[in-house]
Ligand binder design. Sequence first.
Ligand SMILES: *[C@@H]1O[C@H](CO)[C@@H](O)[C@H](O)[C@H]1NC(C)=O
Length: 188
Amino acid sequence: MNALQVISLALLFVMAAQAQVTMPGRCPQPAVQKDFDAAGYLGKWFDIVKLPHSFQKGECSTATYSLQSPGVVGVLNTELLANGTVNSISGSATAKDPSEPAKLSVTFFENSPAAPYWVLDTDYDSYSLVYSCTDLGVLHVDFAWIMSREPTLSPITLARLQAKLGSIGVRVDKLINTIQDEEYCGAV
Ligand SMILES: *[C@@H]1O[C@H](CO)[C@@H](O)[C@H](O)[C@H]1NC(C)=O
Protein backbone atom coordinates (compact mmCIF):
# COMPACT_ATOMS: atom_id res chain seq x y z
CA MET A 1 0.00 0.00 0.00
CA ASN A 2 1.27 3.49 -0.77
CA ALA A 3 0.91 6.44 1.59
CA LEU A 4 -2.18 7.76 -0.16
CA GLN A 5 -3.93 4.41 0.16
CA VAL A 6 -3.03 4.23 3.85
CA ILE A 7 -4.43 7.72 4.41
CA SER A 8 -7.59 6.88 2.46
CA LEU A 9 -8.08 3.70 4.46
CA ALA A 10 -7.53 5.55 7.74
CA LEU A 11 -10.08 8.17 6.69
CA LEU A 12 -12.54 5.46 5.77
CA PHE A 13 -12.22 3.93 9.25
CA VAL A 14 -12.73 7.30 10.89
CA MET A 15 -15.81 7.88 8.75
CA ALA A 16 -17.13 4.41 9.50
CA ALA A 17 -16.58 5.01 13.22
CA GLN A 18 -18.46 8.31 12.98
CA ALA A 19 -21.31 6.62 11.17
CA GLN A 20 -22.45 5.00 14.39
CA VAL A 21 -22.68 5.92 18.05
CA THR A 22 -20.29 3.96 20.26
CA MET A 23 -20.75 4.23 24.01
CA PRO A 24 -18.84 2.96 27.05
CA GLY A 25 -20.06 -0.08 28.98
CA ARG A 26 -22.42 -2.90 28.14
CA CYS A 27 -25.77 -2.55 26.36
CA PRO A 28 -28.52 -1.12 28.57
CA GLN A 29 -31.54 -3.36 29.14
CA PRO A 30 -34.46 -0.94 28.83
CA ALA A 31 -38.07 -1.84 29.49
CA VAL A 32 -39.89 -2.75 26.28
CA GLN A 33 -43.50 -2.36 25.10
CA LYS A 34 -45.75 -4.35 27.41
CA ASP A 35 -47.96 -7.04 25.80
CA PHE A 36 -46.47 -6.30 22.38
CA ASP A 37 -48.90 -7.29 19.63
CA ALA A 38 -46.99 -8.02 16.40
CA ALA A 39 -50.23 -8.20 14.39
CA GLY A 40 -51.08 -4.60 15.29
CA TYR A 41 -47.56 -3.53 14.33
CA LEU A 42 -47.71 -4.80 10.73
CA GLY A 43 -47.85 -2.37 7.82
CA LYS A 44 -45.86 0.69 6.86
CA TRP A 45 -43.82 2.97 9.12
CA PHE A 46 -41.98 6.18 8.19
CA ASP A 47 -38.57 6.97 9.74
CA ILE A 48 -38.75 10.31 11.53
CA VAL A 49 -35.40 10.41 13.38
CA LYS A 50 -32.65 7.85 13.86
CA LEU A 51 -29.15 7.38 15.14
CA PRO A 52 -26.61 7.24 12.29
CA HIS A 53 -26.33 3.81 10.76
CA SER A 54 -23.83 2.79 8.07
CA PHE A 55 -26.51 0.81 6.24
CA GLN A 56 -28.97 3.68 5.98
CA LYS A 57 -27.67 6.60 3.97
CA GLY A 58 -30.76 7.63 2.11
CA GLU A 59 -33.84 9.69 2.87
CA CYS A 60 -37.57 8.93 2.71
CA SER A 61 -36.88 5.66 4.53
CA THR A 62 -39.78 3.44 5.37
CA ALA A 63 -40.14 0.02 6.93
CA THR A 64 -42.99 -2.27 5.95
CA TYR A 65 -43.78 -5.28 8.11
CA SER A 66 -45.89 -8.22 6.99
CA LEU A 67 -46.75 -11.60 8.41
CA GLN A 68 -44.47 -14.04 6.59
CA SER A 69 -45.49 -17.16 8.48
CA PRO A 70 -46.73 -17.78 12.02
CA GLY A 71 -44.30 -15.99 14.34
CA VAL A 72 -42.19 -14.59 11.49
CA VAL A 73 -42.47 -10.95 10.45
CA GLY A 74 -41.25 -9.99 6.98
CA VAL A 75 -39.28 -6.75 6.87
CA LEU A 76 -38.94 -4.49 3.83
CA ASN A 77 -36.81 -1.37 4.26
CA THR A 78 -36.88 1.17 1.45
CA GLU A 79 -34.97 4.42 1.03
CA LEU A 80 -34.24 7.01 -1.65
CA LEU A 81 -30.52 7.46 -2.35
CA ALA A 82 -29.04 10.87 -3.17
CA ASN A 83 -28.65 9.86 -6.84
CA GLY A 84 -32.37 9.15 -7.15
CA THR A 85 -32.16 5.35 -6.89
CA VAL A 86 -34.68 3.61 -4.65
CA ASN A 87 -32.90 1.06 -2.50
CA SER A 88 -34.73 -1.81 -0.79
CA ILE A 89 -33.60 -4.53 1.54
CA SER A 90 -35.72 -7.33 2.88
CA GLY A 91 -35.32 -9.53 5.88
CA SER A 92 -37.30 -11.24 8.60
CA ALA A 93 -37.86 -10.81 12.30
CA THR A 94 -38.82 -13.22 15.04
CA ALA A 95 -39.09 -13.07 18.81
CA LYS A 96 -36.61 -15.63 20.12
CA ASP A 97 -38.40 -15.84 23.44
CA PRO A 98 -42.21 -15.92 23.03
CA SER A 99 -42.58 -14.53 26.56
CA GLU A 100 -40.79 -11.36 25.35
CA PRO A 101 -42.57 -10.57 22.07
CA ALA A 102 -41.31 -6.95 21.86
CA LYS A 103 -37.69 -8.20 21.71
CA LEU A 104 -37.42 -9.09 18.06
CA SER A 105 -34.37 -10.23 16.24
CA VAL A 106 -33.89 -9.20 12.59
CA THR A 107 -31.76 -10.78 9.87
CA PHE A 108 -31.33 -9.34 6.41
CA PHE A 109 -29.19 -11.97 4.72
CA GLU A 110 -29.04 -15.69 5.10
CA ASN A 111 -26.42 -16.62 7.70
CA SER A 112 -25.90 -12.99 8.67
CA PRO A 113 -25.84 -12.20 12.38
CA ALA A 114 -29.23 -11.28 13.81
CA ALA A 115 -29.61 -7.74 15.11
CA PRO A 116 -31.86 -6.96 18.03
CA TYR A 117 -34.98 -4.94 17.25
CA TRP A 118 -36.60 -3.97 20.51
CA VAL A 119 -39.88 -2.10 20.43
CA LEU A 120 -39.63 0.15 23.48
CA ASP A 121 -42.89 2.01 22.98
CA THR A 122 -45.64 1.97 20.39
CA ASP A 123 -49.35 2.73 20.15
CA TYR A 124 -49.50 0.78 16.84
CA ASP A 125 -51.34 3.50 14.94
CA SER A 126 -49.20 6.59 15.29
CA TYR A 127 -45.68 6.11 16.69
CA SER A 128 -43.01 3.53 17.40
CA LEU A 129 -39.72 3.72 19.28
CA VAL A 130 -37.20 1.04 18.32
CA TYR A 131 -33.87 0.39 20.00
CA SER A 132 -31.04 -1.89 18.98
CA CYS A 133 -27.74 -2.36 20.72
CA THR A 134 -24.62 -4.37 19.96
CA ASP A 135 -22.08 -5.24 22.66
CA LEU A 136 -18.45 -4.70 21.66
CA GLY A 137 -16.61 -5.93 24.74
CA VAL A 138 -16.31 -2.91 27.02
CA LEU A 139 -18.21 -0.73 24.55
CA HIS A 140 -21.58 -0.87 22.89
CA VAL A 141 -23.07 0.58 19.73
CA ASP A 142 -26.52 2.15 19.94
CA PHE A 143 -29.07 2.27 17.16
CA ALA A 144 -32.51 3.81 17.51
CA TRP A 145 -35.38 4.80 15.29
CA ILE A 146 -38.46 6.87 16.00
CA MET A 147 -41.06 6.01 13.39
CA SER A 148 -44.53 7.20 12.52
CA ARG A 149 -47.48 5.86 10.54
CA GLU A 150 -47.44 9.23 8.74
CA PRO A 151 -44.55 11.14 7.13
CA THR A 152 -44.65 13.48 10.16
CA LEU A 153 -44.93 12.99 13.91
CA SER A 154 -46.35 15.27 16.56
CA PRO A 155 -43.55 17.26 18.26
CA ILE A 156 -44.97 16.32 21.67
CA THR A 157 -44.72 12.60 20.92
CA LEU A 158 -41.27 13.06 19.40
CA ALA A 159 -40.04 14.89 22.50
CA ARG A 160 -41.48 12.22 24.82
CA LEU A 161 -39.81 9.40 22.87
CA GLN A 162 -36.50 11.26 22.75
CA ALA A 163 -36.67 11.71 26.51
CA LYS A 164 -37.27 7.99 26.87
CA LEU A 165 -34.15 7.26 24.81
CA GLY A 166 -32.19 9.78 26.86
CA SER A 167 -33.27 8.05 30.07
CA ILE A 168 -31.53 4.83 28.98
CA GLY A 169 -28.35 6.71 28.11
CA VAL A 170 -28.82 7.12 24.36
CA ARG A 171 -27.14 10.20 22.84
CA VAL A 172 -30.29 11.97 21.68
CA ASP A 173 -28.12 14.85 20.42
CA LYS A 174 -26.87 12.41 17.76
CA LEU A 175 -30.34 11.70 16.36
CA ILE A 176 -30.69 12.78 12.75
CA ASN A 177 -33.87 13.75 10.93
CA THR A 178 -35.02 11.76 7.95
CA ILE A 179 -36.44 13.80 5.07
CA GLN A 180 -40.03 12.66 4.46
CA ASP A 181 -41.10 15.62 2.35
CA GLU A 182 -43.72 14.28 -0.06
CA GLU A 183 -42.45 16.36 -2.96
CA TYR A 184 -38.87 15.16 -2.45
CA CYS A 185 -39.80 11.55 -1.73
CA GLY A 186 -42.36 11.23 -4.51
CA ALA A 187 -43.71 7.72 -4.80
CA VAL A 188 -41.06 5.97 -2.66
C1 LIG B 1 -26.80 5.24 -7.10
O1 LIG B 1 -25.97 4.96 -5.99
C2 LIG B 1 -25.94 3.59 -5.61
C3 LIG B 1 -25.13 3.45 -4.34
O2 LIG B 1 -23.97 4.20 -4.39
C4 LIG B 1 -25.42 2.76 -6.76
O3 LIG B 1 -25.42 1.40 -6.39
C5 LIG B 1 -26.31 2.96 -7.99
O4 LIG B 1 -25.79 2.25 -9.07
C6 LIG B 1 -26.40 4.43 -8.33
N1 LIG B 1 -27.38 4.60 -9.40
C7 LIG B 1 -27.24 5.47 -10.38
C8 LIG B 1 -28.36 5.52 -11.37
O5 LIG B 1 -26.25 6.19 -10.48
